[in-house]
Design a protein around this ligand. Sequence first.
Ligand code: HEC
Ligand code: HEC
Length: 320
Amino acid sequence: MGDFFNSGWSWAVAIVSVVSILACAVLLWLAGKAKVSAAALARGDNTTGHVWDEDLREYNNPLPRWWMWLFILTVVFALVYLAFYPGLGSYPGMGQWSQQGQHRSDAQRMRAELAPLYARFTATPVDQLSQDRQALAIGQRHFMNHCAQCHGSDARGSKGYPDLTQGQSAWLGPLSGEHIVRTISQGRQGVMPAMGSAIGGEAAISDLAHYVLSLSGSPHNEIKAFSGKKHYAACAACHGADGKGNKALGAPNLADNYWLHGWGEAAIVSIIKNGKSNVMPAQSGWLSPEQIHVLAAYVLSLSGPAPAAVGSIALPARTP
Ligand code: HEC
Ligand code: HEC
């Protein structure tokens, strides 16, 4: 049924198209039949005999033949076109051409063209590929199309969406090709349980938040942090006794200055009370394993050692 939600529209479009083409043909025919009046012929001044405003006359200058034929050709072309290509409402045309079909065959051709290139990329481990200028250029395109809406076009993320340029200590998981490939293909769900009731009242939670701030040397109230320290035992299982996090659990480092979910007492109190569930959707539905491999190399290059060969590609500036 194509794009029409009601077959009446399909008929309306078909009828309007055919009627307007036929009307053009009739107009051509009528114009060709128009005769010069006998009086004008007798006068012999090459006018049609029409007179307006007493003295305005219409010259009888017929269209050149070739021009006429062009008009006739456009009418014939329109009818043949409508017979072969979709245009008459939902009639698919004898040629069975469709935008989707065209796109499918273009995509197939491109995939076949790129296959040898991707075969070379896939044979190279992600770490090594993150030095390959061509792979990075392709990876960057994929990143813009599939990742930038959440992680930003410079990969620096925003609240809740990780900055992928911060390097090892800020990452939720290990900074490795394997972790990146797994995250892209399967997505990830970071879950921190709500801990409010385990800690106690408002005052205890606020004290604990100040202790958490002290771990990264952020501005905090010393006295509150001192009394909050004892409550931290409940957090250590995941975030580590020193607050440096646990990459196997995806528990972030609380002792650095990178805050995925916002900085300051209010943000930390809210996380302790409500917990957090943060989801990245799996991307394997629309990206092939080969494309994910190349993307992973690009993402790795954003935090890894500066790729020697990158040269002219404008990669986002990275922070040490
Ligand atoms: C719909 C939004 C969204 C899209 C699209 C998205 N991501 Fe994510 N991504 C997230 C969120 C949210 C997280 C953090 C999940 C968590 O807190 O555990 C994340 C986490 C990650 C991580 C793990 C970072 C770490 O610190 O361990 C990587 C790597 C990553 N994304 C790469 C990508 C790549 C590459 C793409 C494009 C193929 C992509 N993401 C597309 C939302 C998204
Ligand atoms: C069961 C493991 C677990 C426990 C226990 C836990 N957390 Fe978390 N926490 C996490 C995970 C996982 C995340 C990251 C959620 C995500 O992926 O976005 C997180 C995130 C955080 C964040 C946000 C960090 C940022 O960069 O924005 C803070 C702050 C935090 N936790 C503090 C605490 C405190 C304080 C406690 C103790 C009351 C605690 N957590 C207990 C697992 C835990």
